[in-house]
Unconditional design. Sequence first.
Lengths: 364, 276
Amino acid sequence: MARVRLVNVTKTYGHTVAVDNVSADIQQGEFITLLGPSGCGKTTTLRMVAGLIDLTDGEIWFDDRMVNNVPTHRRHIGLAFQSHALFPHMSVAKNIAFGLSVKGVDKKQIKNRVEEMLDMIELTAYADRMPAQLSGGQQQRVALARMLATDPQVLLFDEPLSALDRNLRDTLKYSILELQRRTKKTAIYVTHDQSEAFAISDRIFVMNLGRIEQAGTQLDIYLRPASEFVAHFVGDNNTLNGTVMSIDGVSGETRTATVKTSIAMLTAFAPPDIRAGDEVLALARPENIDILPNGAGAEGPDVLTGIVDQIVFEGPTVRLVVDVNGTPIKVTSSGHERLELLHKESMRVNLRLQDVTLVKQVEG
Amino acid sequence: MSAIAAQSTRREGFRFRRRWIGDVVAHGYIWFWLALFALPFVATTIHSLELPDGGYGFDAYRFAWGSFRGDLMTSFKVTGLTIVINLLLSVPAAYAFVRYTFPGKRALLSILNLSLYTPAAVMGLSLLITYAFLFHIPRSVTGLVAAYVVGSYPLMLIPIIVALRDLPTVYEEAAKTLGANRLQSLIRIELPLLGPGISAGVLLTFVIIFNEFLVTLFIAGPNTQTAALRVYGLTRTGFLPTTAALAAIMQFVSFLVVLSFFKFFGSRYLKGTYLI
């Protein structure tokens, strides 16, 4: 178990900057996720923590030890690969035993530990199988057992579930979370799948173009995106251009602003860097927009009136596009009332926007 | 009705016969060439079974085993030594070629392969000159093995390079993250996974060196007699059944080695080599 710190970590390949001045302080026992599109530098960052790639600049610390020059095999880490990377010429038991046996652990102890691990992943009956004889999910479970067998101080995950089908992914991501909670190990998890990130992380680091765009809890990232990139990458925000008319609240969560957009005046949460007169983007999530029944509350603030343009039934949710004075607004409805919305194209509805947040417009 | 049916049966019969003839011609063609290629080997084997009294038996083999055993053992010894030295040279070299980048890599690889394209007589003569003037080791087992290594290490190097290129680096990385140092990872992960490639190299080296005769003719000393050299020597004084027996034994050994390789590893790792 260790606290992991990245201090101004940078990696360049020739003139290409893969990771640009990334800093992070990950507490002992914390589960953090590096979330971002492919090519954003998240995997490179993880591999530098693992010691598989050298840093161009910066420092990586495990507790009070700088590990920049510590080779991978002495870092006491566990890494789960996207392609599970089980040794194809070794049985399941031999794979799990590998880390202990290269450390010269006593044979009897290895045997006990392997049995314990097999029991944990519920594959005791498969000890003598070869990796190729297992299903994808079983292979990834064996890979997890192999990585935990040596009791590493930091757990690293490089998109371990992306090669699996959806149901398996859901089951396994909770297994991973459960294992991490039980062992209380520091974990860094790389993924491009936001629902995975939301489900298992204590904190999420959203990365783009080699930088950390925003670091925060799930709710921070979800409700208070700090940049346009985060707002668009995480979830599916409605974006409205606007101008801040006045700042109303005092500070923190009560600091609100009145924003004039092309279709309405809106009340929105205002981050500290927003001032009156700023050009901003007002962000409203489709699932945080209420459809008001029978035109009720049409007079209230933050209520828009529009005409239903498109309805898509997706089972648990219904997605609508509502035309508000020529601006399409995406709305997702998931309550029981969604069933009453079907086949109501061209209906006039009132929408109440909630949890609207603002980010500054980037000039140019 | 019945007329039409009869006609269609006839037409089908014709089609069947035409296909049957095609099959016979195709098979005949293949068997003809096969027979032509196998003929020398079959002739040698039959000749080796002839007895002085006109009958057939295994006497020649019994005699050959007694008389040529030493030569065969020398062949196995020099081939084995060559394989070991080739392995020690080629595994690190292949690793450097595949896993690292350095200037002039492609050019160097081409130069290293040159010995494959050098005529054996030229190679033998050059080596003899080099040895005689520089190292003073001509006409000894050491000189012979050194000559074989110079001529045959690309046969080991190339299959290992191919196998290593096919081997994803993720296994080495996984071994590292599990605490294995370089050597542990090499012995327990990379070498076993490179097994087929290494075996292909061993096979090629064996087949070439075990049967090598021209370079041997130049380099081998008066006290070093390999089986291939002995066969050559004997044919100059007439072709006896015992000579044919020795030749047949050498053929069998080579066949056996190649066939068992195919049985264990298939043809994948021999692609691009002269065997396929």
